[in-house]
Design a protein around this ligand. Structure first.
Ligand SMILES: NC(=O)c1ccc[n+]([C@@H]2O[C@H](COP(=O)([O-])OP(=O)(O)OC[C@H]3O[C@@H](n4cnc5c(N)ncnc54)[C@H](O)[C@@H]3O)[C@@H](O)[C@H]2O)c1
Length: 348
């Protein structure tokens, strides 16, 4: 079997730590060919570290020269759409990092480019691939929760602003703060578990309380010295089926410790995943049953996801993390930012 010729665009923390590392483990099916990063030294270093033949600083040159089959896009968020569209046009399957892009319109353009190319596009929503989420999906589909009428999700950090002064805190490049960065994971996984009901309206607020008085990080990649995003976002979402969802995402809050959570309230059962523990509450003939599933430890970052994408390419299957769903998630996120700006509920 001919191996898939692979290249990565953006070889920073995620490009190297997740994409190059996980695709390197699929050596029977994938050949690491080229690394592209606008920082030439980083591109060279990562090409050496992963035994890729070539390194580039311009992804268009790499796409033109290397006849790649599969490309990861792990750049700052504002580069996701142009790099993904260019790679699809060059005939590559694309594994693009979350958030898919900065606006629903841009994600829609990525979907259109995928359709024109006949290639596959998967978004790097690794939380869907975790063992608790896959078990949760089966429990919901088996009807164990009954009708889900409310959900809560969040990721709260005490002190976790990524690369302060770099691209993450520069709205033009990131699209926003923790709502788009962390929220995209858990808004996505909650909607995935609920079967993607149609969102109707969002009401929310954002805060930026940690821009000053904390050390900036001049080594952050894409350093601009800018901090024009939120560090806390809260909100409530209404769905057409009557369901609601509360959300809370922060990079920095004065709380005891960092934690993530997803809670689903059903009329037959409730499911919670918080602080790495999954709990299922069920009503059984008037008694309450509580179970804590024994989950297998998750594999290393990205392994299951990259293996799944290669399988989808080789067996012509639809990937689990579909870009069409990323359009919905991006609509929710952008509507929440709009609601915070306008100070009122926004219809989707
Ligand atoms: N799925 C996850 O759990 C997860 C975790 C972390 C980051 N991410 C995502 O991965 C992406 C990258 O984040 P990161 O933490 O690796 O950031 P990073 O700053 O460490 O890496 C980004 C890299 O992209 C390079 N780059 C910038 N513009 C480029 C261009 N036009 N062409 C080629 N390279 C370019 C930078 O030089 C840098 O090396 C982001 O979209 C982020 O949201 C996902």
């Amino acid at each position: 079997m001919k191996k898939l010729r692979y290249g990565v665009i953006g070889a920073g923390g995620c490009g190297a730590g997740k994409h190059l590392s996980s695709y390197a483990k699929l050596a029977e099916k994938v050949e690491l060919v080229a690394v592209c990063d606008i920082r030439a030294e980083r591109a060279d270093q990562m090409a050496d570290a992963f035994n890729a033949e070539a390194s580039y600083t311009d992804y268009k040159e790499m796409l033109e020269a290397e006849n790649l089959d599969l490309v990861s896009v792990a750049t700052p968020n504002h580069v996701h759409a142009p790099a993904t569209i260019a790679a699809l046009q060059a005939g590559c399957h694309v594994h693009c990092e979350k958030p898919a892009s900065l606006t629903p319109e841009l994600v829609q353009q990525m979907v259109a480019a995928k359709e024109r190319s006949g290639k596959k596009l998967m978004i790097g929503l690794n939380n869907r691939f975790n063992n608790w989420a896959q078990l949760g999906k089966k429990l919901v589909e088996a009807g164990r929760l009954g009708e889900i009428y409310h959900a809560k999700c969040g990721w709260k950090r005490r002190r976790g602003i990524p690369g302060k002064g770099g691209w993450f805190t520069t709205r033009e490049q990131s699209g926003g703060g923790p709502l788009i960065d962390l929220g995209v994971h858990f808004i996505d996984v909650s909607n995935y578990l609920m079967g993607f009901p149609e969102p109707l309206a969002v009401s929310g607020q954002t805060y930026s309380k940690f821009a000053d008085g904390q050390p900036f990080n001049p080594r952050a990649s894409g350093y601009t010295g800018t901090y024009d995003v939120e560090d806390l976002a809260v909100g409530m979402l209404r769905y057409a089926n009557g369901c609601t969802m509360q959300l809370e995402f922060s990079w920095a809050s004065n709380i005891e410790e960092e934690y993530t959570f997803v809670e689903l309230y059903g009329d037959k059962g409730g499911l919670a995943y918080a602080r790495d523990k999954m709990t299922l509450i069920e009503d059984f003939q008037g008694s309450i049953l509580k179970s804590n599933p024994v989950l297998k430890p998750d594999e290393e970052w990205g392994n299951v996801e990259s293996r799944h994408f290669v399988e989808c390419i080789l067996e012509d299957k639809e990937p689990i993390a579909r870009p069409e769903e990323a359009v919905v998630i991006m609509k929710i996120i952008c509507a929440l930012y709009e609601s915070a700006k306008l100070g009122r509920e926004v219809l989707l």
